[in-house]
Design a protein around this ligand. Structure first.
Ligand SMILES: [Zn+2]
Length: 267
């Protein structure tokens, strides 16, 4: 059973805007060609979204009522939501990976675990998504292509993940490159802190973190971070990750952080 139980047929038919014989032009919005496009809060920002895993690589998983809760469908759902809100606010958004069946988001109840879709391709070359260095390189190479094409514009690279840690470990955290802390990192922590318990920044290659490939020096985008938005092994996190409303709030908070970032300047 899907959440969308209301079928369009069940709703009353919308009232026509004008009578049958009414003038046609009342239905048309007035077009003023001389007016410039409105400047939205994220106009001028280039956002590269990197949803973790996908294709043959489902990522980490937790368990809910005996069913595996895979990471990949949730990272893609999360990316679709971030893309939506960022674009609404005027950002130009690119995604490193796209899945055919998982193009959009799913407003399913938390009790219904998202399905793992396998038909995912790298935007770089259209090849099937694979795990490991070969796959991660394609994500970075795509980011570099975008960086080159949009040189001089404010740009952020966001890799989206959920993770597994000890049962007591709760909340989101933002991982930064080993060498420095991008400005966007603290803004994300501050923004997400209002929602979930967000740990202080973690540095790739320290604090038990692996040297995260997409954050290494080969990635030409200076403002690059990886966000782990929750721990599947923690019962509370496992619930809030499955709850689409939380994923929506995460997306809004991420868009808020991007807005702060753009206002604060620095590429
Ligand atoms: Zn992951």
């Amino acid at each position: 059973m899907h959440a969308a139980s209301k079928s369009p047929q069940a709703r009353p038919a919308p009232k026509p805007l004008a009578g049958k014989a009414g003038p046609k032009q009342t239905l048309k919005p007035k077009v003023r060609t001389a007016k410039p496009a409105p400047r939205l809060p994220l106009t001028g920002l280039v956002l590269i979204l990197d949803p973790g895993h996908g294709g043959e690589d489902p990522g980490a998983h937790g368990v809910f009522r005996g069913e595996n809760v895979w990471e990949a469908p949730y990272t893609f759902d999360q990316a679709a939501r971030v893309k939506y809100f960022a674009e609404q606010r005027g950002a130009k958004v690119f995604t490193t990976v796209a899945c055919k069946e998982a193009g959009g988001h799913q407003n399913w109840p938390a009790e219904q675990v998202l399905e793992w879709k396998k038909n995912c391709r790298f935007t770089l070359d259209g090849s099937q998504v694979v795990a490991g260095k070969r796959g991660l390189d394609r994500r970075v190479r795509f980011a570099n292509q975008i960086a080159k094409k949009h040189r001089g514009q404010k740009m952020v690279f966001l890799s989206l993940h959920f993770d597994i840690a000890g049962e007591d470990s709760q909340g989101a955290f933002v991982i930064v490159p080993k060498e420095y802390k991008p400005t966007i990192a603290q803004r994300l922590v501050n923004s997400l802190n209002g929602l979930a318990s967000t740990a202080p920044l973690r540095v790739a290659g320290r604090n038990g973190q692996k040297n995260i490939h997409v954050l290494r020096g080969q990635n030409a985008v200076r403002e690059r971070v990886l966000i782990e938005l929750g721990n599947f092994r923690n019962e509370h996190d496992n619930y809030i990750i499955r709850n689409y409303e939380t994923r929506n709030r995460f997306a809004i908070r991420i868009a808020d952080a991007l807005q702060q970032h753009l206002k604060g300047g620095r590429k």
